[in-house]
Write a protein that binds this ligand. Structure first.
Ligand code: NCD
Length: 308
């Protein structure tokens, strides 16, 4: 895989991550200095699944760097409706744009599509697979709030289908972390992910069904939505829907410094009463998507991606 495609967080070293986060911090400090870095650059947006934050923050990021976007629009209004293959679609759009962002319901779609294009391709979510640009903004937010080394993090909710979880868990193995995975048994991390994480020296991982058993030890609690659209059977979703909600009462045992994150959108996992507390970092996390994606695009479009 070419290093300037960003497909999974497994391909990222600590140096890669730090390069992006440091650049994002510079941009966040002085966004105006980046305003004409990529005048005339065009980013191709191919979203085969719904998106608010990811798509709009990529668009904002490209425009804030002086560039613009070309957007395939909805699947309904594109030639995909006529039966065009993903390989053909990306081959056409790479002729219009300097980099591509792809979100697709099929796991592995971004890796496959990247084989067909020469411009950098960024995976913005492939089914229940990975979402590495979300991970970059998650890491940025963790670094700002709790620091990335000697970190105890709880990752809770849909660990089976949650692509943000998979990407984050792999990326955190570059740092000295204790990862606690909290979910119903039916939504545990895929076994191959657990196996891979166990191979990493600096990472300790544990799986739990109850948040209570670990809550007081956590620096960060990363909450996720049950990914309803990925369940083959709605009845299976109904069995777990509404589990693992947190409110002020749940947090009684938590450290005062606990940072609560969520990739959003939330459904009912985090009670709105938490929004006004010092714990809540999820809106800040979403806003960090802009400087972090500006940094990623800047590095990719300048050809200055971090060395492997
Ligand atoms: C996530 C996704 O699409 O995987 N959303 C996002 O990009 N912030 C999380 C989710 O949909 O639950």
């Amino acid at each position: 895989m070419r290093h300037d495609h960003l497909i999974t967080s497994k391909q990222l070293s600590r140096a890669d991550i730090e390069t992006v986060l440091d650049r994002a911090a510079e941009i966040a400090d002085d966004p105006a200095a980046a305003a004409d870095r990529h005048t005339n650059a065009l980013l191709g947006l191919l979203f085969f699944e719904p998106s608010t934050r990811t798509k709009m923050s990529f668009e904002t990021a490209m425009k804030r760097l002086g560039g613009n976007v070309v957007d395939m629009g909805s699947v309904e209004s594109s030639s995909v409706k006529k039966g065009e293959t993903l390989a053909d679609t990306v081959r056409v759009i790479e002729g219009y744009a300097d980099a591509l962002v792809l979100r697709h319901p099929k796991q592995g779609a971004a890796a496959m599509a990247s084989e067909f294009v020469d411009v950098p391709l960024l995976n913005a979510g492939d089914g229940a697979g990975h979402h590495p640009t979300q991970t970059m903004l998650d890491l940025y937010t963790i670094r700002e709030n709790a620091g990335l080394d000697d970190l105890t993090i709880g990752i809770m909710g849909d660990l089976k289908y949650g692509r943000t979880v998979h990407s984050l868990a792999y990326a955190l193995t570059n740092f000295d972390t204790r990862q606690h995975f909290i979910s119903p048994e039916s939504l545990q991390l895929p076994r191959e992910v657990v196996y891979d994480l166990h191979q990493q020296d600096d990472t300790q991982i544990r799986e739990h069904e109850a948040l209570e058993s670990v809550l007081s030890s956590l620096d960060v609690l990363y909450v996720t939505r049950i990914q309803r659209e990925r369940f083959p059977d709605e009845n299976e979703y109904q069995k777990v829907a509404g589990e693992y909600q947190i409110d002020l009462e749940t947090l009684e045992e938590a450290s005062d410094d606990l940072t609560i994150m969520h990739p959003l959108p939330r459904v009912d996992e985090i009670a709105p009463e938490i929004d006004e507390t010092e714990h809540a970092a999820y809106f800040e996390q979403a806003h960090n998507g802009v400087p972090v994606r500006m940094a990623l695009l800047d590095l990719l479009l300048s050809g200055g991606e971090a060395d492997e």
